[in-house]
Ligand binder design. Structure first.
Ligand SMILES: *Cc1c(COP(=O)(O)O)cnc(C)c1O
Length: 420
């Protein structure tokens, strides 16, 4: 392969040094050998008091780490950015101001179980509650990792029926949980059924499994992708240490199967809240031909308080990327609206003043310039596209308005027991 990042293999933890390569690189082997308890984790790393405290606590959000991902962790460093993402600490148990059980009001936008419909032309289908490993800041920890709340055949049928009966939906995002933890036969059936719906133009898979278990990108998955184009894949990479030769090869296979691959990251205190780390992350992603898509502000969700940063920090990071690295390596920084209004982009201000005749601008290096507009410009002269009717009024999904949602009483911390 052409570039160095895709050759070779990541070092394994000595515990698995003797596992034959065929087993190690079998995605099922990685899943069945995951570590989930304090005693299992103690065998491969020295746990801190805070980690022991969390692992022994009641009501802990599920823990599960693949041997592959565990091998990337520095067991001697409690601050290792990969460790912090998957090994809980007692700080996860802390309450904080503004904490919400359902940080982006997904439940109110769920017309059928597991369909989140916030935008007119696209929706999210939650097909499973399982993931390959559990991110401690998970925004969907209200059901993710809970086998009791898993989705099954009857749910998928209802979800697909909803898509079929919603002609305005042209983009279906299959997520969860993680769809790549599902049996390939099931996933193939779901994707094929969606593909048969004439108004569905694109299908996306949202997955972090390639980061925790890159071997999930196998022949069967590539066949599903090839058989159902146009398909897009979005992965979730938070730190450059996650970009291994194995992940590089997995992304290469997805790309060769014809799916453009993007990545989203969550801005996390002490993990990736620095310009240096984000620059490296974004430039390493484009080296494996993955395009940074979104950088998310960390949601105000239970268990994630200690990971939150200020919004100012996010703006500072984008300032440190735009103009400094390849334009398409810069993600859009977004806050997922707590009122359920969707993702809201927030950006540094490069526009210092604006009128129809004049824009005063600041560039990435801080230099000021002026763009003089045409005098007497009037819009509306572009002819409508051939063969199209005048645009129909926008049909929004049948949900409450953002202002309704925002004015609804906010749940207090006391209300949270039910979602444990
Ligand atoms: C993120 C998201 C989408 C997709 O948004 P894009 O900006 O098109 O990537 C769709 N629906 C919901 C509910 C989402 O959270």
């Amino acid at each position: 392969m052409a570039i160095g990042v895709q050759n070779g293999a990541s070092a394994r933890h000595p515990r698995w040094a003797d596992v034959p390569e065929a087993e190690w690189s079998d995605p099922r082997w990685q899943m069945t050998h995951r570590l989930r308890s304090a005693s299992q984790l103690r065998e491969v790393m020295k746990l801190t008091e805070e980690e022991e405290g969390a692992l022994g606590a009641d009501g802990l959000f599920r823990v599960d780490v693949t041997p592959y991902f565990l091998s990337l962790i520095d067991g001697s460093d409690p601050q290792c950015p990969l460790r912090r993402q998957v090994i809980p600490t007692s700080r996860e148990m802390e309450a904080f101001d503004g904490r919400l059980p359902d940080a982006n009001s997904e439940i109110e936008n769920e017309p059928v179980r597991g369909v989140i419909h916030k935008y007119p032309d696209r929706l999210v289908m939650l097909v499973t509650s399982s993931c390959a490993a559990y991110c401690r800041y998970c925004t969907r920890s209200r059901f993710v990792g809970d086998g009791q709340q898993n989705y099954g055949h009857a749910d998928w049928q209802e979800q697909i029926r909803y898509v079929r009966e919603s002609p305005q939906v042209r983009d279906v995002l299959i997520s969860g949980g993680d769809p790549l933890t599902m049996a390939r036969k099931r996933l193939a059936e779901i994707v094929a059924e969606i593909r048969e719906i004439p108004h569905v133009e694109i299908i996306r898979l949202g997955t972090r499994a390639p980061v925790f278990n890159p071997f999930v990108v196998d022949d069967e998955l590539c066949e599903i992708i090839e058989a159902n184009h146009p398909m897009w894949v979005n992965i979730h990479v938070n730190h450059p240490y996650e970009i291994t030769p194995e992940l590089g090869r997995a992304c290469d296979r997805l790309l060769r199967a014809g799916a453009p691959v993007g990545s989203q990251a969550v801005l996390l205190k002490g993990i990736n809240d620095s310009v240096e780390v984000q620059r490296r992350l974004c430039t390493e992603l484009v080296r494996i031909r993955v395009r940074p898509y979104y950088l998310y502000q960390c949601d105000s969700v239970r268990g994630a308080g200690h990971f939150r940063t200020s919004v100012t920090k996010g703006i500072e990071i984008i300032e440190g990327l735009r103009g400094h690295i390849t334009g398409f390596a810069v993600p859009t920084y977004v806050i997922d609206s707590p009122g359920g209004g969707g993702k809201i982009p927030v950006a540094p201000n490069y526009l210092l003043s604006l009128s129809p005749e004049r824009a005063v601008l600041r560039n990435w290096a801080g230099e000021i310039s002026e763009y003089k507009g045409p005098s007497g410009y009037r819009s509306g002269t572009t002819p409508p596209l051939r063969g199209t009717k005048p645009p129909a009024p926008r049909t929004a999904p049948d949900v409450t308005t953002v202002s309704d949602r925002l004015s609804a009483p906010q749940p207090s911390d006391d209300d949270e027991g039910a979602d444990a």
